[in-house]
Design a protein around this ligand. Structure first.
Ligand code: SF4
Length: 463
């Protein structure tokens, strides 16, 4: 009690002197948490959220900043006395974010929440925070910090839209520990997505807008990076043909090996595929989602593209590009046979690194509302919305059958025979491909052990 009072007085005096301690946290879902998650060490590229936020701090404010990515560091070992805490949350990490926020607020430390989930559910987020940022942070976060320093922080800061992409600052990558990630060279060229897949939160968060940074700025930023690799974390890097051509042309002379995300649709265009290969692309994450034309139609994707998947894989492999293909199970057109059909198909067309998930309707989206009206939502604990747990009643199977089928597909796909068969589609990056497959094999084995009880327990520990 006495200690709390002293801390509170210290905080007041720091803020009065216009010099305060800011802690920015990126919470991790239970299965991705440092030490307690499936992997003891993060196998990820560096996230950009915290380093972007750090770059937005106005220079005239005297802020002592600490950032913490729960994917690599534990909050319990943090030795920092914040005056303000900022937490960025997705749906699956929102339960954890709220637990952390409640804990700081109980100690009298104000908390700001932002990110995808608070943007979709601002009222809910406000019940755990002093202030909520809705939408992009670039324009409103500096204003929020100024307001805080003058003791007039508002309850909501909402980005006005029409996002200007010209002057996005370079993220402060030097704040992250190099050895904690596969690479620090994460980049973002675009924001949002021009597509409208029914299961995806992106069109709801970014209001179906697709913002593109000037190519010259991206190339300038890439030149500041150490190392030969670049990971574009854009949800759809190739969503605009003319822009993609300009970017890919600009990447060529830099001679970097790059990795990124794209739809299959964008890559059926030979001009784009050739430009992708010539620009140094070595790996793509492609959301195939399903091999059923009816299911593709259901999720607002072109049902005809499934017949072209095999040719696409061959073309990418011929160009030395490996594919991390994502598939989701549980749409209304799928029955229990979908797991076996998908696993066979993936082996046949040699997807290098397949990833499975279950259809997940995010709260705050129209599909969630529809399923709720149909009384098909069976889970309201957002930490289970990690796309690996069933949160709604599928139409043609029981929820347990969907979950068992998901686990079965993971296990089958990551049997050694299947891994080795799929990896011989191209010789490019063989050992990296094998290493990542072995990582996913371990994940496939651990996943069924991540039950709701375990996840809840981990979410509440070490706040
Ligand atoms: S293409 Fe990807 S990011 Fe875009 S709406 Fe579909 S799933 Fe979302």
């Amino acid at each position: 009690m006495y200690r709390n009072k002293i801390d509170s007085l210290k905080r007041k005096s720091r803020i009065t002197n216009n010099c305060f301690n800011l802690l920015l946290i990126l919470p991790a879902g239970a299965i991705h948490r440092a030490k307690t998650g499936i992997f003891k060490k993060s196998l990820r590229y560096a996230p950009l959220t915290l380093t972007y936020l750090a770059s937005l701090i106005p220079k005239d404010l005297n802020i002592n900043l600490k950032i913490l990515d729960e994917g690599t560091d534990n909050l319990s070992s943090l030795n920092f006395d914040p005056d303000l805490v900022g937490i960025s949350a997705m749906t699956a990490t929102s339960t954890r974010a709220y637990a952390i926020a409640d804990n700081y607020r109980q100690k009298g430390i104000p908390v700001v929440l932002g990110g995808v989930h608070p943007t979709l559910m601002p009222e809910e987020a406000l019940s755990h925070a002093d202030s909520v940022v809705v939408g992009f942070a670039e324009r409103v976060f500096p204003e929020l910090l100024r307001d805080f320093s003058q003791n007039k922080m508002k309850r909501i800061y909402e980005d006005p839209g029409n996002f200007p992409t010209e002057n996005i600052p370079i993220p402060k990558r030097d704040l992250l520990k190099k050895n904690s990630y596969i690479t620090l060279n994460s980049m973002m060229a675009t924001r949002g997505c021009p597509c409208n897949c029914s299961f995806c939160a992106v069109p709801n968060v970014w209001r179906k807008n697709y913002f593109k940074r000037p190519v010259s700025k991206i190339l300038e930023e890439i030149k500041t990076l150490d190392g030969n690799e670049v990971v574009f974390i854009d949800v759809h890097l190739l969503g605009d043909k003319e822009y993609s051509k300009e970017l890919l042309e600009g990447l060529k002379p830099l001679k970097k090996s790059w990795f990124g995300l794209s739809t299959a649709n964008a890559l059926f265009d030979k001009e784009i595929l050739d430009a992708v290969a010539e620009s140094g692309c070595k790996g793509l994450l492609i959301g195939f989602e399903t091999i059923s034309p009816d299911s593709l139609k259901e999720i607002h994707k072109n049902p005809k593209i499934v017949t072209k998947y095999s040719d696409l894989l061959r073309n990418l492999h011929d160009n030395g590009i490996r594919v991390n293909g994502t598939f989701l199970f549980g749409t209304d057109h799928e029955d229990k046979g979908v797991f076996e059909r998908t696993v066979e198909f993936i082996d046949k067309i040699k997807i290098d690194l397949p990833r499975y998930s279950v259809f997940t309707p995010y709260p705050g989206t129209p599909i969630f509302k529809k399923l709720e009206e149909e009384k098909r939502i069976i889970e309201y604990d957002w930490s289970m919305y990690d796309v690996e747990h069933v949160v709604y009643k599928p139409k043609n199977m029981k929820p347990e059958e969907l979950e068992e089928g998901l686990h079965w597909a993971w296990r089958e796909t990551y049997k050694l025979k299947s891994v080795l068969g799929r990896l011989n589609g191209t010789r490019s990056l063989y050992w990296l491909g094998l290493l990542l497959n072995l990582g996913y094999k371990y994940y496939a084995w651990k996943l069924p052990k991540c039950t709701k009880e375990i996840i809840s327990e981990i979410n509440l520990e070490s706040k």
